[in-house]
Design a protein around this ligand. Structure first.
Ligand code: DGI
Ligand code: FE
Ligand code: FE
Ligand code: FE
Length: 187
């Protein structure tokens, strides 16, 4: 019932292609969760909701960032970062999601952050390796994901940071802090 409601609410927000991505993320996340001893139903819900605000207008995202007192430094970085923290606020207010781990998994699915929970790592990774993704280096991350969640998350972060640098773009500081933290966790 709850699940069906969330699926329908989310589908309305997305394009058909992004909806297919969303379904693949939630399936990939549920699989990773089973292996990692995390509740697969919560991973599935976080996967369904993770890109809820992906197609919101810039103005709307900016007004939620201000209204909810989200970090305003976001506004000096890539717009692609905004749908994640705004998404967490919107699903709390509009869909009444109260599970803080699910909210954080949505909030940090793009940037990552230091001290990510297992569920946060699972959503971050599932978003990167779902079977529709074709990034350079994604197959290596898929291989790591079969055996080692942390190594796979680190490699996905490395690839994303290199990708941004190669395109001459800024890297959001939280992304760098998240990657440093993964290195410390693995050491
Ligand atoms: O929403 P998705 O496309 O499924 O994936 P996502 O939420 O992980 O967004 C990834 C995009 O964000 C990708 O095109 C790179 C862009 N981006 C811009 N600045 C940063 C960034 N990604 C990270 N991790 N850190 C940044 O500073
Ligand atoms: Fe996203
Ligand atoms: Fe991602
Ligand atoms: Fe996504």
């Amino acid at each position: 019932m709850e699940r069906e409601f969330l699926l329908q609410a989310t589908k309305k927000q997305l394009t058909p292609a992004r909806w297919e991505h969303t379904l693949r993320v939630s399936e990939t996340a549920a699989e990773l969760a089973r292996r990692e001893g995390v509740d697969p139903d919560r991973a599935e819900v976080a996967g369904i909701l993770h890109d809820y605000c992906k197609f919101w207008e810039t103005d709307e995202l900016v007004s939620w960032i201000k209204k909810c007192h989200l970090p305003e430094d976001l506004l000096s970085y890539h717009k692609e970062l905004w749908h994640a923290p705004v998404g967490a606020e919107v699903i709390r207010e509009e869909l009444h999601i109260t599970d803080e781990d699910i909210l954080n998994a949505v909030r940090y699915h793009t940037s990552g952050r230091p001290g990510m929970s297992k569920l946060e790592k699972i959503i971050f990774l599932a978003d990167y390796i779902e079977p529709g993704r074709r990034f350079p280096g994604v197959d290596e991350v898929r291989e790591l994901a079969k055996t080692d969640l942390d190594q796979a998350v680190l490699q996905a972060m490395n690839n994303s940071i290199v990708f941004l640098i190669q395109r001459g773009q800024k890297v959001y500081p939280l992304t760098l802090l998240a990657r440093n933290d993964m290195l410390d966790q693995i050491a």
